[in-house]
Design a protein around this ligand. Sequence first.
Ligand SMILES: Cc1cc2nc3c(=O)[nH]c(=O)nc-3n(C[C@H](O)[C@H](O)[C@H](O)COP(=O)(O)O)c2cc1C
Length: 212
Amino acid sequence: MRVCLVLGSTRSSGPPRPAPLGARVGAFMERAVARRGCEIDVVDPVVEALPLLEKPHFAYGRAPAALDALAARLAAADAYVMVTPEYNHAPGPALLNLVDHFGSSIFSFKSSLIVSYSAGQWGGTRAAHALRPILSELGCLPVSAMVHVPRAQEQFDADGRPASEGWDAYADRGVSQLLWWAAAAKNHRGPEDPFESSPAFRAAPSQRNAPS
Ligand SMILES: Cc1cc2nc3c(=O)[nH]c(=O)nc-3n(C[C@H](O)[C@H](O)[C@H](O)COP(=O)(O)O)c2cc1C
């Protein structure tokens, strides 16, 4: 099973300190997925350094090589762990910008796990809930369990090691749901290609309109 873990922050410093927190939460979740024997690919918006969306991947005739390479990495995944900070009660713009660069067919008929964090007490729950309909729109089933990390600066050290017990079991519940759906979707893709009965939109979004 291949899991792609997408980080959602491009911040390089605080306040609040220590920052950025995303790397800690990402490292923690990376271990939670690796424990299950999955192959894991971490996509970091800092490394990808995509511009604010000018042209999505699918809108190019011949896309830039770096965008093609990222599309291939995302497409190769069976499931996604989306790690988002909470900025003004919303998901991190770096995560949304990255996702918006690609057509939904890259993500669709797969599963996703939402992981949110914040420096404050709510653990990014508002961002997590705002991310749910976005992943649903991509056809990338967000599983019911979510992982929320309040005061991430206190919960995990710089390597993503938890400071207290219980975090591994908490993450495992979400990862279990993610992998269950991912396996179900993967196994069914062979017998029935989902794009045959529900093809990707090629021409215009109006292809999904109700009849007039
Ligand atoms: C622009 C901005 C908006 C923020 N909004 C929220 C918020 O709505 N809720 C919250 O709990 N924390 C908020 N924070 C604090 C973040 O939880 C904290 O800065 C965290 O470290 C962000 O993750 P990062 O370091 O990986 O970027 C905000 C931080 C920034 C920079």
